[in-house]
Design a protein around this ligand. Structure first.
Ligand SMILES: Nc1nc2c([nH]c(=O)n2[C@@H]2O[C@H](COP(=O)(O)OP(=O)(O)OP(=O)(O)O)[C@@H](O)[C@H]2O)c(=O)[nH]1
Ligand SMILES: [Mg+2]
Length: 311
């Protein structure tokens, strides 16, 4: 059966708050909060439906929208596909055209509201940025310089992939890096290949694909859990154990792995469409690849060099 196609907007104000509204008690999933939107009519594109619905429901004029995530869900009574857009460019004051309650909420506070179950990955996508920097092993002074470059560039999500640095050096570095990241409002995740990642204070863990496949449940006491994947099997396992987001690649050829087999954007898009999770594209990315990644259904890009090389 073809899913019911729905266009949904994560509407973000200039001060970073997100618009949610309360579903009418009598409607499907009634009494729960939602991101505004509605069914895509015949002859309409998802974007056209989004523009029409946000005008009809909230009197908002959408000026630009970019794809954020697509999720599919089988309710007992209904199969839906939510085509979610990020809307940062709009005009007009929100009005409750259908008498529904609405609220502007900080992204990190979205989890406190009751949404339909399928909305969970949308909430995660709304909280995450479009760039995920990887901080690679190198000598310590250079590591600090690279971290500073990443932070100066405004990247808000960073993975410390310090696989070969001795544990004491890793500990010393993370103890300095974590407060710096906090100060800049950036999240710091520690790669699971780091020796004793549990001893390090950070925002979460980034699982290697190998470590991911050894787990049968999400590691506890972690605010954020991410994972590296290369195959559909790994993606499905990540979704099953409740990982928050994925890095998938290599998408394009890289200098570090010349001749390695790559997915390409088409296969990347196909794989992303099979799961309901935010996915970053890795491999051969530059800052300008964000647009391609988002068009392919991804959350954005992950890279090592793109964020430390001069623009
Ligand atoms: N708009 C919206 N719909 C959602 C969300 N999550 C979710 O499961 N849905 C489901 O998507 C379907 C369509 O959404 P809708 O009820 O907004 O459609 P609509 O505005 O065209 O409604 P109408 O038929 O009353 O005019 C519903 O079955 C609803 O339960 C969400 O965050 N926003
Ligand atoms: Mg609606």
């Amino acid at each position: 059966m073809n899913p019911l196609q729905v266009a949904v907007g994560v509407v973000k104000s200039a001060d970073g708050k997100i618009l949610i509204s309360l579903r009418d008690q009598s409607s499907h999933q009634g009494g729960l909060w939602e991101f505004p939107g509605g069914k895509i009519e015949q002859q309409e594109t998802a974007e056209q439906a989004l523009i029409r619905e946000l005008k009809e429901e909230l009197n908002l004029n959408v000026k630009a929208a970019t794809p954020l995530i697509t999720v599919k869900h089988q309710y007992t009574d209904l199969l839906v596909q939510l085509n979610v857009f990020l809307v940062e460019d709009f005009s007009g004051e929100v009005e409750s055209c259908e008498g529904q309650a609405f609220l502007w909420v900080e992204p990190d506070a979205l989890r406190q509201y009751a949404f339909p179950k399928v909305n969970q990955p949308i909430i995660t996508a709304a909280r995450l940025p479009d760039r995920y920097a990887i901080l690679e092993d190198t000598d310590e002074p250079l590591l600090r310089i690279n971290l500073q470059k990443i932070l100066d560039r405004g990247v808000k999500l960073i993975q410390a992939r310090l696989k070969t640095l001795p544990p004491e050096a890793v500990k010393k570095f993370v103890e300095q890096a974590y407060p710096l990241c906090k100060q800049k409002g950036a999240l710091l995740l520690i790669n699971s290949a780091v020796k004793s990642p549990d001893d390090l204070e950070a925002d979460g863990i980034h699982l290697t694909s190998r470590d991911l496949m050894f787990l049968d449940k999400r590691p506890g006491h972690r605010r954020w859990v991410a994972a590296s994947c290369h195959t559909l099997q790994e993606l499905r396992h990540a979704q099953k154990i409740g990982v928050d987001f994925i890095v998938l690649g290599p998408v394009l050829p890289t200098q570090t792995h010349p001749g390695a087999e790559v997915l390409g954007w088409k296969r990347f898009a196909e794989l992303v469409s099979r799961i309901n999770l935010p996915v970053y594209a890795l491999g051969g990315m530059s800052e300008s690849s964000v647009i391609a990644a988002r068009s392919a259904g991804g959350q954005g890009i992950s890279a090592i060099r793109a964020f430390i090389e001069s623009e």
